[in-house]
Design a protein. Structure first.
Length: 170
């Protein structure tokens, strides 16, 4: 059984899509562990603010199967393939970590943006502060403590999680 960490982000009907994505993830992966929800300015383009969070789950699926599941959940929530890299998203789900695996195929794991996007690193550090990044060998708490927090604006928000997610580990 592998422990996976998942990034979720949305800026199109963000509360609706984030809630739907969480419910879908729970249906596929069972019990989830959740970070707080953060609001952040869009990165790479002018757009409305994003809601972001990180989720942990356990799975027997391979990396390729996990990624295929994420793509299906995104599609079910209105994600259109072929969009520009930096553009509004109904739901963006990315595999950040799959145990301590390091690979580039079928996707890059650990995901590179862990180290340079505050909207990924802060919730990951909150969820798994003592876990070490498999390449830097630093804990996520240490990586967050040394991160330049002036480069991206991000703040935790109050978010009403869907009732069907309970009980959930926070």
């Amino acid at each position: 059984m592998a422990r996976i960490y998942i990034s979720l982000g949305t800026n199109i009907s963000p509360e609706q899509h984030l809630k739907a994505g969480l419910v879908d993830l729970q249906q596929h992966f069972g019990q989830l562990q959740l970070s707080r929800v953060f609001e952040s300015e869009s990165v790479g383009f002018k757009g409305t603010n994003f809601l972001n969070m990180v989720v942990a789950a356990d799975t027997d699926l391979s990396i390729a199967q996990v990624v295929a599941t994420f793509k299906q959940i995104e599609q079910d929530n209105g994600r259109i393939r072929g969009e520009k890299k930096f553009s509004p998203r109904s739901l963006d789900i990315d595999l950040l970590l799959y145990d301590d695996v390091i690979c580039d195929i079928p996707v890059q794991v650990p995901r590179g943006e862990i180290l340079y996007n505050a909207f990924v690193l802060w919730p990951l550090a909150e969820l798994a502060p003592n876990l070490c990044h498999p390449l830097t060998l630093q804990t996520y708490q240490m990586l967050w403590q040394t991160y330049d927090k002036q480069c991206q604006q991000l703040w935790p928000i109050t978010f009403e999680f869907p009732a069907e997610l309970l009980p959930v580990k926070y």
